[in-house]
Every structure is written in structure tokens, then in C-alpha cells.
Design a protein around this ligand. Structure first.
Ligand SMILES: C[S@@+](CC[C@H](N)C(=O)[O-])C[C@H]1O[C@@H](n2cnc3c(N)ncnc32)[C@H](O)[C@@H]1O
Ligand code: SF4
Length: 454
């Protein structure tokens, strides 16, 4: 790897860079795209196509201080019941717009905390989704699970609904760090939740952990990673903690003076990364690890890894439909985003229309740049032949673009007639290299959605 001085000179520690789960990134969506565009793009999904569905539940019983997700605290099932009715109505609207024969290659319930729904609600929601489209023959249904918010009846209901993957929020096992980030969760609670899920026959398990938390040291993150490894997750997302208190106000409760410096963050990441590698995990893109026979690892080997709003995916579907407040959909024509506020979202659905607040229609240039960025984020390389054949790019223009990027990174990239490759020692800079191909202005817009490049 390049040493810290070299990485610092290339700007790694002072840059705020998007995570590129879309291109253009969400701050560049505009209100020129509305519910009519969304309805039209849904109606254009071909008969018999496979699509992905993302369903958002923006409620939590606890509001962890570190969390940057838009979510509302609730102590009772009341607000959830009313949100359930909105989801059922939105799903019925979707069914009315969708061509016959569509099946689901992926279904993901995220949040917030979807497991706040009780067993009866889980069954109702699963039934409403089945009315829209049945699962494809090989499907994946994953659910984000807060270990504090799961019990046997809910795990059984999810399994009956077809869940075959679970994603568990861990963050860190260290009790001082947990106190500092307002998330109390013992090792035993996490272990028991995982055992309960596996007992249902759900064998594929992801865990989220964070680096860059207050009081975190290489020793402490190593201890947390060892504990996590004892639970043998199939996949791990190792996210850099994004400290954005101007957007997630409860983050101001964190002791900001105990946050690691950017250079320390790099060391924390490297410590955790080395431990996953030693344990035989394959590195997936910039921040995931997976066992060799996991779907993401296989997709990466076959060059089929993709990037979407949930991070890395092996989903082959062209269309991802987001249901629920703030959810984003992706169509071949562009992106649409539902109204972020639950009240606005519910209001629109009650009027019998989608709540689309913003979006973006792709230009040919968006598609080309979006593919370059996705390929760099997934494979650390981009093939000129693919861009010429699939995106109408001109080989000489590409060569010029890649050469300019190489010059901006002091000749540290590999440019050849085959395309562009980010060598191993430059990989901490991947998001910055991707940003080089982003033609939208990031100087002011979306400050809240950017995090440090490491
Ligand atoms: C939307 S949360 C849902 C997880 C579930 N509610 C739970 O608490 O276990 C999904 C993941 O987002 C990540 N996340 C939340 N806030 C973050 C932040 N400020 N920086 C980086 N990752 C964050 C966490 O790792 C979390 O597990
Ligand atoms: S981490 Fe999970 S439980 Fe905590 S506030 Fe965020 S979404 Fe809610």
C-alpha cells in the first residue's frame, strides 16, 4: 500500500466524497421528475421481467446516536399500523401499473427497523407483496435486523414469508464505544439473535460493523472483529462512520473529541481488513468481505458485481422499485425518489398516486460515466471494450479521459488499450478516483451525503 504521506498528498484525508450508490448521486435529483414519470417507467417494465423490490420501514424503537438514517422513534405499534396501511395501498397501486408475469429476483426490507413489525404485520406485508409479483425461481429475500428487535415469532413469520438472508447491525462490541455512540448491545444479544435466525434455516447472514467510531483503537477494533468472526457471518459490511451532525442531529451527542483522525481511520480500516483476509474472507469492492462461496464473492469473480442503493449486489435485475417513504427506484430511464417525509408520502398514496418527489432522467453521458464509476467501485477496473460496445463511447476519447485521471493521481493508475485499472496500492483512493469521472458539481450540494474518503 502507498504510505500515509503519499495518500495524504493525493488528498485522501481531506476529501469529502460520495459513496456512489448511484450516479448521479441523490443530491443531484430534481423535482422535474414526478409521480407521472414513476408511473410511466413502471408501466414500461416488460411483461415477464425480473425486478427487485426495496421496502422501507422508517421506524425504530431506539434511536442510536451514531445513526445517519432518516428514521422516527416509536414506542408503540400505532404509527406502524398506519404506515402498514400506506404500504399496502402503495403496493396495490404498483400492482395496477405493472405488466403481467413480472417476478421478484430480490426483495429487501430495510429501515429503520423492519423487524419492529409484529408477526401478523409481517404476514400481511408479505401477502401484499405476493399480490404484486411472486418470487422468481432463484430469489433472495433479505431483511435488516436489529438484534434487540427480533424474537422467535417474528423470525418464524419472516422465514414463512420466504426470508433467506438476514443483515444484522453490530457496529462494535466494545462497551465504552457502545456507550459513546448510544447503542447498547451485548455480544450475547447479537449471538442469540444470529442463532435464532439460523435455527429458522436462514443460512446466509450479513453483519454491519463500523470503523472510525469514538474511542476506537486498532486493538479495540481487532477485538470486535475477532468476536464477530466467532459468529461466522457470510458477509461483512465494514462501513466508515460518517459524522454528519448537521444532518443527523442526534450525532451531536457523540464525543466528537474522541473521534479518530483520518489517518487513524485508515489504520482502523486496515486492521479490520487484515483480520478478515487472514480468516479467508474475500474483499468485495471498497468495504465488504464475503466467504468464498457467498453470492457476492462469486459475482465479483465473474465480473458481475453491481452497485445499488443497498451497497454491493449480485442482483441481475435492471429495475429496482423502492416502496415506502424516501425509497429510491432505478429504471433504465432514470431514478425516482419517494417523498422523504412519512406524512407527505402517506398523503400522496391516499390520493391514489405515487409520492415521487424528485428524480433524474439519464442522458447518454450519465449512463457512460455511471458505468465507469460503478465498474471502478466494484472491480477496481473498467474495460474500454465494454464502454465502446455497450455505451457508444469513442475509444480515443476514453483513452484521453483515462490519461487525464492518471495524471491527476500522479501516474499511480494503470492505463492501457484495455482500459483503466486501480492498482492495489491506490485502492484507498477508489472513491476519489471515481469522483474524477463525476461531471456533477459537488462543491456545495449534498454536503450531508458525503463522507470522508476513508
Ligand atoms: C439503516 S441501519 C438499519 C440497521 C438496524 N436498524 C440495526 O440497528 O441493526 C443499516 C446500517 O447503516 C449503518 N449506518 C448507520 N449510520 C451510519 C453512519 N453514521 N455512518 C456509517 N454507517 C452508518 C449501520 O452500520 C447500520 O447497521
Ligand atoms: S442503527 Fe438501526 S436501530 Fe439504530 S437508529 Fe439506526 S436504524 Fe434505528
Amino acid at each position: 500500500m502507498k504510505n500515509e504521506t503519499q495518500l495524504a498528498r493525493l488528498g485522501l484525508f481531506d476529501a469529502k466524497v460520495p459513496r456512489y450508490t448511484s450516479y448521479p448521486t441523490a443530491p443531484h435529483f430534481a423535482d422535474t421528475i414526478d409521480d407521472r414519470s414513476h408511473a410511466r417507467w413502471i408501466a414500461a417494465v416488460p411483461e415477464g421481467a425480473q425486478v427487485s423490490l426495496y421496502l422501507h420501514v422508517p421506524f425504530c424503537r431506539r434511536l442510536c446516536w451514531f445513526c445517519a438514517c432518516r428514521t422516527q422513534g416509536t414506542a408503540s405499534l400505532g404509527p406502524l399500523e398506519s404506515y402498514m396501511q400506506t404500504l399496502e395501498a402503495e403496493l396495490a397501486l404498483l400492482r395496477d401499473h405493472l405488466a403481467p408475469g413480472v417476478t421478484l429476483s430480490r426483495l429487501h426490507w430495510g429501515g429503520g427497523t423492519p423487524t419492529l413489525l409484529d408477526a401478523a404485520m409481517i404476514e400481511r406485508l408479505a401477502a401484499a407483496i405476493a399480490e404484486v409479483a411472486p418470487f422468481a425461481e432463484t430469489y433472495e429475500f433479505s431483511v435488516e435486523i436489529d438484534p434487540n428487535e427480533i424474537d422467535a415469532p417474528r423470525a418464524q413469520a419472516l422465514k414463512r414469508a420466504g426470508m433467506n438472508r438476514a443483515s444484522i447491525g453490530v457496529q462494535d462490541f466494545d462497551s465504552e464505544i457502545q456507550q459513546a455512540i448510544g447503542r447498547d448491545q451485548s455480544y450475547e444479544v447479537t449471538r442469540d439473535a444470529i442463532e435464532m435466525i439460523r435455527a429458522q434455516g436462514v443460512l446466509s447472514l450479513n453483519a454491519d460493523i463500523l470503523y472510525g467510531l469514538p474511542h476506537q483503537t486498532p486493538q479495540r477494533i481487532a477485538a470486535s472483529v475477532q468476536k464477530l468472526l466467532s459468529l461466522a457471518p457470510d458477509r461483512v459490511a465494514l462501513y466508515g462512520y460518517a459524522h454528519v451532525p448537521w444532518m443527523a442531529r442526534r450525532q451531536s451527542l457523540l464525543p466528537s473529541d474522541a473521534l479518530p483522525t483520518p489517518a487513524e481511520r485508515l489504520r482502523l480500516f486496515e486492521t479490520a481488513r487484515r483480520l478478515f483476509r487472514w480468516d479467508g474472507y474475500e474483499e468485495i469492492g471498497i468495504d465488504h468481505f464475503a466467504t468464498k462461496d457467498d453470492g457476492l464473492a462469486m459475482a465479483q469473480r465473474l465480473g458481475r458485481l453491481r452497485r445499488n442503493f443497498q451497497g454491493y449486489t449480485d442482483d441481475p435485475a435492471e429495475v429496482l422499485i423502492g416502496v415506502g417513504a424516501s425509497s429510491i427506484s432505478r429504471f433504465p430511464q432514470g431514478y425516482t425518489q419517494n417523498a422523504p417525509a412519512t406524512s407527505k408520502h402517506t398523503g400522496a398514496i391516499r390520493e391514489g398516486r405515487f409520492s415521487t418527489a424528485r428524480g433524474h432522467a439519464f442522458s447518454a453521458e450519465d449512463r457512460l460515466r455511471g458505468r465507469i464509476i460503478e465498474a471502478l467501485m466494484c472491480d477496481f477496473q473498467v474495460s474500454a471494450a465494454e464502454l465502446v460496445a455497450g455505451y457508444g463511447a469513442d475509444a480515443a476519447d476514453l483513452r484521453r479521459l483515462f490519461t487525464q485521471a492518471n495524471a491527476a493521481f500522479e501516474g499511480g493508475l494503470d492505463v492501457s488499450p484495455e482500459g483503466l485499472r486501480i492498482p492495489e496500492d491506490m485502492r484507498p483512493l477508489t472513491r476519489m478516483i471515481a469522483r474524477h469521472f463525476d461531471s456533477y458539481d459537488h462543491s456545495g450540494a449534498g454536503r450531508a451525503r458525503h463522507s470522508s474518503a476513508i
